[in-house]
Each structure stands twice: as structure tokens, then as C-alpha cells.
Design a protein around this ligand. Structure first.
Ligand SMILES: [Zn+2]
Length: 120
């Protein structure tokens, strides 16, 4: 399934970052465009299925939904939802400038050396 391969790739990417720093993963921030063809609920289910045996076992998944952003390649004008996707000034067809992405935006890591020393 599509969402499962996305999660697999995300966790691999996170594992490389975390291993390089010897860090624990606290939280992932992922941006998903509304036109990315990703079912966010399914993505969360896939994540929960995958994570127990990975560096992400204790990491929360934070998903930010990104709205489709159609723009005119001529004048840069943006199109609102429901508008005809052709510029009324230039006559050019709108081009998708955002909203089809799947991006790992940020990983919150906990580096062990940074932890406060235990007080006895
Ligand atoms: Zn235009």
C-alpha cells in the first residue's frame, strides 16, 4: 500500500539522522499536501504499525496538512479554491506551486549527552 511505503521511507530517513547523532527520536513533523494522494488516517495507522521495532518507537507523528496552491506561471497570481484554473489576465493555465508534497519537515531528537544529570 502507498502509505506503508511512504512511512517506510520516512522512518529510514529519520533513522539515518538519529543514528548519525546517537539520538533518540522524540517527534516527527511531516507536511502532507492535499494533492499528494495520501490518506492521513491511513498514514497514521501505517506509522503505528511500523514504529515499534524502529528508532521511532517512542516518537509522535505530527502531520501538517498543506492546501493546494495553484498559481499562474505568467503573473504569479494565485487561484482560490473553486476558481477556473486559467488566469483571466494572462490566459495561461494554472500551475501547481504546492500541495502535492510529502516532506519530513523536522525531527525532534533527544541527544543523551544533553540530558540533565541525575540528582541523588
Ligand atoms: Zn496570470
Amino acid at each position: 500500500m502507498h502509505e506503508y511505503s511512504i512511512v517506510g521511507a520516512l522512518i529510514e530517513q529519520v533513522a539515518r539522522e538519529a543514528d548519525a547523532r546517537g539520538a533518540r527520536v522524540h517527534r516527527l513533523h511531516v507536511a502532507i499536501g492535499e494533492l499528494a494522494g495520501v490518506d492521513v488516517e491511513l498514514l497514521r495507522t501505517a506509522y503505528d504499525t511500523f514504529r515499534p521495532a524502529t528508532v521511532c518507537a517512542d516518537a509522535e507523528l505530527d502531520v501538517r496538512a498543506v492546501a493546494a496552491d495553484w498559481r499562474c506561471p505568467g503573473c504569479g497570481r494565485s487561484f482560490r479554491r473553486g476558481m477556473r484554473l486559467q488566469c483571466s489576465d494572462c490566459g495561461r493555465p494554472a500551475r501547481l506551486a504546492g500541495g502535492d508534497e510529502i516532506v519530513l519537515e523536522r525531527i525532534e531528537l533527544e541527544v543523551p549527552e544533553m540530558e540533565a544529570p541525575h540528582v541523588h
